[in-house]
Design a protein. Structure first.
Length: 357
């Protein structure tokens, strides 16, 4: 008698896609963005004025997980818009090795949902002792991180109970964009931010079901982007791993042309994020090249100029397009998790607050 092999989705019945906390919380991103932009306007303006009056020598970011992906977004935005060198701190330098570089004149951006991680707190303490000015972008306003920082930008995301960060990640991106727009007095970006809540609603409604269909049986994939788009590629790869049990690796669209290309075989899936800025032509060319090598390319991008199948994306200011695409992605990832037999709210072996030291 021939044995019947059942897939995970056939042996384990999970929740319906629209009943998960991940779905409900990610769907709140539009209202979170609206509340954040309004509530933080005055304090962001004051902080931006300080940064113009006393320009930081460098910017150092402190974060882990999804918050670190938001820090990557900040790095590209600060370096391209404010022209200030930005680097991610190695948190173990202070928490494990009890050391700290000279941060005199540095702006330290600490990004966190909970504001409780011991290594993050140790890094901020060490950074301030070394001369840095610490700004906390944090969802929990009375957290230890908020109390330790010199200035606080609340994320106003409200309670986030799903282990997978969604609305708090988007809130971090919005807060970063609001700060950089005010700091650099970028009127076009400030005006675009006013439209973001409505655009997030549009992005949430877009149909990315072809990605669910093509990735339900996948084992591995690449997630690619460039510039600010690389930040959401990193976030998407993490969500694939933690909610879908899918091994996903994020690369810059430029870096994948080197060693990672050796793994691309017929049908190898790749999700590509492309925003309409200076990086668009190179990302489109890379996506087309992957497709010609036999990869199963899913391109998330406004428009269809690349010559490969695209997932729909809302057209907006180029800085905002990755934020809108990750919102569409969250809805798809939630559905994919359920289709693969997982519960996106309870990833195995993970907790909401990671007590790293």
């Amino acid at each position: 008698m021939e044995a019947t092999v059942l897939t995970r989705s056939e042996t384990r019945k999970g929740p319906s896609p629209e009943s998960t906390r991940m779905f409900l919380e990610a769907g709140e991103a539009s209202s979170v963005a609206a509340a954040l932009l309004a509530a933080n306007a005055e304090r962001v303006a004051a902080l931006a004025a300080r940064l113009r009056e006393t320009p930081p020598r460098v910017v150092v970011t402190c974060a882990r997980g999804s918050s670190d992906h938001a820090a990557t977004f900040a790095r590209y935005l600060i370096e391209t818009r404010a022209g200030v060198l930005t680097s991610s701190a190695g948190l173990s330098v202070s928490s494990v090795y009890d050391a700290s570089p000279n941060l005199e004149g540095a702006l330290v951006l600490a990004i966190s949902q909970s504001g409780k991680s011991p290594d993050l707190l140790a890094a901020v303490k060490a950074a301030k002792a070394a001369g840095g000015y610490a700004v906390a972008l944090v969802n929990v306003e009375d957290s230890p991180l908020a109390q330790r920082a010199d200035a606080v930008i609340p994320l106003h995301a409200g309670p986030e109970l799903s282990v997978a960060a969604t609305k708090s990640y988007i809130a971090a991106l919005v807060a970063i964009t609001q700060l950089i727009a005010a700091w650099t007095q970028d009127e076009a970006l400030e005006a675009a931010l006013e439209t973001l809540p409505a655009l997030l609603t549009q992005a949430w409604r877009l149909d990315w079901s072809p990605a669910v269909e093509r990735l339900t049986s996948a084992s591995n994939l690449y997630v690619l982007g460039r510039g600010v788009g690389f930040a959401v590629a990193l976030e998407a790869a993490l969500k694939f791993k933690e909610t879908c049990g899918l091994h996903a690796e994020a690369f810059s669209a430029a870096e994948v042309l080197h060693g990672p290309m050796a793994l691309v075989k017929d049908g190898f899936p790749a999700l590509v994020f492309a925003q309409n800025d200076e990086s668009r032509a190179s990302v489109d060319a890379m996506a087309k090249g992957l497709s010609e090598r036999g990869a199963d390319v899913l391109l998330a991008a406004p428009g269809d100029e690349a010559g490969v199948p695209t997932l729909p994306a809302v057209s907006a200011h180029p800085v905002l397009e990755p934020i809108l695409m990750i919102q569409s992605f969250y809805r798809m990832a939630n559905a994919l998790s359920v289709a693969r037999g997982y519960d996106p709210d309870s990833p195995p072996h993970l907790n909401k607050v990671t007590e790293t030291v």
